[in-house]
Design a protein around this ligand. Structure first.
Ligand code: ACO
Length: 445
């Protein structure tokens, strides 16, 4: 049986290797290999295109460009499928902790009991930041956006641990990974405490990753803070759902920065900056602003759906549409259910949840949204849960970064270990002036 399977695999492999495409150019015809992934995704390998023809491809926004082969996350945007290392997101969301999922993404397997215990111990041990770094917070204005603080402080970590930046020592790479996952939580919580003028709270070894974060965010020295397990579960769920999403804007940024051999802290910091934008991770904050605006203006969802369709207006329904999903984002489906459950468990009634549901219903029946296949994405319901657990909207994108960090690290680690990796450097079609002479200042008009 095993022999038969081996022969079948070999035959499949060789038939895949023979697949090719022909590119007919005015000057010559080129045979291009076709690469097939494990889920039968197909790509035309154009790596020899320029050297053999002097042509390049032009693909704004990389809509059709595969930048790497990756074994981490699989998405089928048409069917609404998302899997980390082969495991469906719905199964992970219901059964695993964020630390287990982080381990799965980074090391390719779910940790066993000993591996998980060790990971938890190390995450606790490395949670503190250097005391000098606490003074950084004093330098920021009170209204500083926490994403600005997070990105610069993550980059600054590299100056505290220069001895562990060498990629040739796997144990140093692992230590950097643990430091990042642990300290990002401390920096995020401290930036919140700074913004509201409360004292910083250190981690407690006895608490889990998510419980620790909540304690660092919400406890104060004068009163005991009771950690609600429902809130811990909600946070775990949110972080798991955000943990990776293959070659999105911020992940591609991490890979691109890392491809120059910039250190891991610097590469992650670049990813945090890319995540900040409202078309990417910043959309969760923008969704709440939009829902609030709709509510303030009388709750007329139809008016805003009409505005989103109006090409004269720049308004878009935030939390709607996705580059890859042309079906319901599976993360949004989990979050929609959870938002209702969590709010009712906590006895909270958020009018913005009702408004979000109404907006979704109207949009999904509208021919514009149907034709363009625009569905709610992960950001549409996440902010409502964050609000319910007391996280201010200015921190939403920071929460996204906390969740996405293991994915960024896994993708970076895969890239630096891939013998086919190269410095990321796209080309361009130049459309500027032809050569022209320099004009001295006195002769310029
Ligand atoms: N509201 C109204 N119209 C939209 C929306 C929207 N939210 N999203 C896309 N469209 C329209 C576009 O106007 C465009 O119309 P056209 O073909 O008539 O010009 C068409 O749908 C395709 O949109 P593009 O922007 O070309 O598609 P792209 O794949 O580049 O964009 C994006 C994806 C940026 C996410 C887009 O859907 C959007 O802006 N959504 C709102 C912001 C948002 O929620 N971002 C979070 C994404 S999830 C994440 O990053 C974690």
């Amino acid at each position: 049986m095993a022999k038969e399977q081996a022969i079948k695999k070999k035959t499949e492999k060789s038939s895949r290797q023979t697949l090719s495409a022909q590119l007919v150019l005015p000057e010559k015809t080129l045979e291009l290999p076709i690469i097939v992934g494990t889920e039968n995704e197909k790509a035309v390998d154009i790596s020899k295109l320029r050297s053999e023809t002097s042509y390049i491809t032009l693909d704004n926004g990389f809509m059709n460009t595969g930048a790497c082969r990756s074994a981490i996350t699989y998405i089928d945007g048409e069917k609404g499928i998302l899997r980390y290392r082969g495991i469906p997101i719905e199964q992970l969301a219901g059964n695993a902790t964020f630390v287990e999922v982080a381990y799965l993404l980074i090391y390719g397997k779910l940790p066993n009991k000993d591996e998980l215990a060790l990971a938890r111990k190390l995450l606790s041990r490395h949670a503190m930041i250097h005391e000098d770094m606490k003074r950084f917070f004093d330098g920021y204005p009170a209204a500083a956006h926490p994403m600005a603080i997070l990105s610069s402080m993550i980059c600054s970590l590299s100056s505290y641990y220069p001895e562990t930046l060498d990629l040739s020592h796997p144990e140093d790479v692992n230590l950097t990974i643990i430091r990042l996952i642990s300290k990002v939580r401390t920096i995020a919580a401290f930036s919140y405490k700074k913004s509201i003028g409360q004292p910083f709270v250190y981690q407690q070894d006895k608490l889990s990753y998510c419980a620790n974060f909540l304690n660092m965010m919400f406890s104060i020295p004068t009163r005991e803070y009771l950690i609600d397990q429902d809130v811990v579960d909600a946070l775990n769920l949110l972080l798991i759902l955000h943990a990776d999403h293959e070659q999105n804007c911020s992940t591609s940024t991490v890979r691109l920065a890392g491809s120059s051999q910039a250190n891991l802290y610097a590469s992650i910091s670049a990813g945090i900056c890319a995540l900040w934008g409202p078309l990417h991770g910043g959309a969760n904050e923008a969704v709440i602003r939009m829902l609030q605006q709709i509510s303030d203006e009388g709750g007329n969802c139809k008016k805003f759906v009409a505005l989103a369709k109006d090409k004269q207006s720049k308004f878009r329904l935030m939390g709607f549409g996705h580059r890859v999903y042309k079906n319901y984002d599976p993360r949004a489906a989990v979050l929609k259910k959870s938002a209702k459950k969590i709010l009712s468990k906590m006895g909270k009634n958020d009018p913005l949840l009702m408004l979000a549901q109404e907006l979704e219903e109207i949009a999904l029946k509208d021919s514009y949204f149907i034709e363009k296949k625009l569905y709610p994405n992960v950001d549409f319901y996440s902010g409502i849960i964050y609000r319910a657990i007391g996280i201010p909207s200015s921190m939403f994108t920071v929460m996204f970064a906390l969740g996405r960090l293991p994915g960024w690290i896994a993708q970076w680690k895969e890239m630096v270990g891939d013998p086919d990796s190269k410095l990321g450097r796209p080309r361009q079609i130049y459309i500027g002036e032809k050569e022209r002479p320099f004009v001295p200042l006195e002769k310029r008009r």
